[in-house]
Design a protein around this ligand. Sequence first.
Ligand code: NG1
Ligand code: ZN
Length: 563
Amino acid sequence: MASEKQRSLLLESTSRFPIPPGVRFSYGTAGFRSDGLILGSTVFRAGVLAALRSIKTGHAIGLMITASHNPIFDNGVKIADPDGGMLTQKWEPFADALANAPDPQHLLDLVVQFAEEENIPLCGTQSAEVLLGRDTRPTGESLLETAKQGINAIIGAVAVDMGILTTPQLHWIVRSRNKGTKASEFDYYAQLSKSFRCLIDLIPENIVKSEVDPKVLVDGANGVGGEKLEELKKMLKGLDIEVRNSGKKGGVLNDGVGADYVQKEKVAPSSFGSIDMGLRCASLDGDADRLVYFHVLSASDNSIDLIDGDKILSLFAVFIKEQLSILNRNENDDVFNSLPARLGIVQTAYANGASTDYLKQMGLEVVFTPTGVKYLHKKAAEYDIGIYFEANGHGTIIFSEEFLSLLHARSDELSVSMAGSERHKAAVRLLAVSQLINQAVGDALSGLLLVEAVLSYMGWSIVRWSQLYADLPSRQLKVKVADRNAVVTANAETEVVQPVGLQKLIDTETAKYPRGRCFIRPSGTEDIVRVYAEASTQEAADRLANSVMQLVYQFLDFTNSHV
Ligand code: NG1
Ligand code: ZN
C-alpha cells in the first residue's frame, strides 16, 4: 500500500509537469523520443518508473537522456536495467501508460495499481538508486533535472547525476555497480585501455604489419562520443586516433555527420573527403552506441566503401572462431582437454544477405530476431559466446558467466602447464575481449578498439577487411501511410500477416529478381513503414523496393479506408 505521504508527494510533483495536449508517447524500439521541448512530462514519469524499477529489483537502475542519431533538437529517455541491458519488455506497457496518463490522479492510480501487482512496497521505508546520464544536446541539462524530480517523487529513491556520458558508458556503469566491480567513468577508460593493450601485446611476431595504416580517423558526430574518445585516447598506447567532428569547433550534432548518416546515405561525413582517400575511417552516432567504418573511394565526390555492422560482426566472428580453435587445438600435449563453446551469431532481417552467406559458410550458427537490440541481446545471451549486430552498427559480443569462469580456470591451468603457448595466449585474448567489449550494450568506443586490435592481429588493411565478402546491392525506403500499425509481421519480421494477401504479392514481385529478397515492417522509432529490398544489381534492388512500396500504398489505403 502506498502511504499518504507518498500519494500526496506524487500528486504534487506530477502536477508540476503537465503533459502536452494532443501528443501520444510510445516507448518504441528504444525508449521515448520527440522534440526535446515537449518531453518534460515524459522524462519526469520515466524518473518515477526508474525509481520503482530500482525498488522492485533491489539494484541501481540507469536513466539516459539522449535521442541518439536524431536531429539536435530532439531528445529522448531510455532506461537501463540492473544488468546494464535495456528495460525489461514486461514493463514497457506500464512505461507507455505512465507517459500518457492525462493528469496526476490518473498517474497516481496507475502507480498504485502497478505497485500492488508487482509487489513494490511504497510504504516509505524502501530505498532505490537511479544513475543519470545525458548526451550533449541543448535540452539535456534541464531534462536531467526533470528526471531527478521524477525520481525524488518516490520516497526513499536517490538520484545520482553522472553528468555527460555516452549511452553505453552509463549502461556499463550500471552493470559494474550492480556487480560490485569498479564502476566509475575513469574505471571504464582504464578497463578498455588495459584490455586493448593486452590484445596488442599478444599480436604474433610473424604478422605482416605493413598493410595496416597506423592511424584511424574518427567522425565523432559532433556529439558526446568524440569528446569521450579524446578522454580515452589519453590512456591508450599503441593506437593513433584522430578525432574529427568532436563538436568543439561548432559543428551541429548528427548534421551531415555520424554513423546513421554515413550508413544510410553511403557518403563521407563532413570534414572528410578526397584527402583521406585510402585511409581507415570510422563514424560514431550521436550517443556513441553505433559504429561503422568506411574509406573514401573517389577524389571527385564523397562516395565511400561502407563497412557496416554486418562486416564488423564478421570480423569479430573470424577472430573469435580462430581463438576458440587455437584454444582447442591438440598439440599432442599430455594435458589436452578441450573447452567447447557454443558460438552464436544473431542478426536481423536488415543484415545483408551476403554477410549471412559468409557467416554460414564459415560453419557458424546464425539466427534472426526482430529489429531492436533488446531482441538481439536476449538471443545472444543464450550462447556461451553470442555476437550480435544490426547493419546500422549497433552490436556487441556477450560471454556467458559460466563460460567465462571455465575460461578463467583454463587460462590459469595453461599458465602453469603451457605458459606462453599459443593455446594459453588464445585463452588470454578471449578474456581480454570480454573485458574490452561492452557486455551490457553495443558500444562504439569499445567496438572501435576491438576492431583496431583485430585488424592489427590479422595484419589487415581496411580494404582487405572489406573484401571478406561483397555486399549485395540493397535499397531501403520509408513509406508514409495513415496507420503504420496496420502492418503486422511474423517470422522475425520477414513475413507480413496483415494486411492479408500482401505477402503473396511481395513474394511474386521478389521472385522476378535474381537473389531478390524483400520485406516490410512498421518502424518503431518513426511514423513510417520501412521497405527493404536486396538483389543482384543496384538497379534491380531499387526496382524491387519501388514496386513493393506501390503495393504498400495500395494495401494500406485499402485497409485504412475500411477501418
Ligand atoms: P526502427 O525505426 O524500428 O526501424 C531503428 C533502427 C533499429 C534500431 C532502432 C533504435 C533500422 C532499419 N532500424 O528502428 O535497427 O537501431 O532504430 O535506435 O536501422
Ligand atoms: Zn545511438
